[in-house]
Design a protein around this ligand. Sequence first.
Ligand SMILES: [Cu+2]
Length: 173
Amino acid sequence: MRRLLAVAMIAMPLAGFAQQSGAQQSGAQQSEIQIDHVWSRAAMAGHEGVVYLTITETGPPDTLTGVTTPVAAMAGLHETVNDNGVMKMRPVTTLPIEPGKPVTLVPGGRHIMLMGLKQALKEGDSFPVTLSFAKAGQVTATATVAKAGAAAMPGMDHGAMGGMPMQGGGKSP
Ligand SMILES: [Cu+2]
């Protein structure tokens, strides 16, 4: 009888602890970020490139805060806006990621702009793209290069940006 009581007394605080730590874990920033459909288009070295992908969050809300890739001097988030019939691109600094609401970067919408390609992107190649999230930290995905102009949006050419109104974008000669 005495032994049984002792076991019960030990078991109770343990159960309480387990419950508490379980709650803490679900409340902690256990970010579950998945990046799919990562693709790019063939482009020449020194030119601009583009990356499209889908971000799915199954953990708590997060924010995409930046993008880097070894194949470009600079990478950044852009969105495409229709300004009185003229398609323009503008930089986006952060992108909120909500659980259960996949964020898609597709031609004609949001995309990752690669500025100053350090190497040519050839069809069939792949290269890493690292996304920085406020909570999840850095997540690296692999982009596959499609042919130039693949699923291109009419009236917008990422390969040659001549005449494209774009903030802070240097034109290739
Ligand atoms: Cu762009």
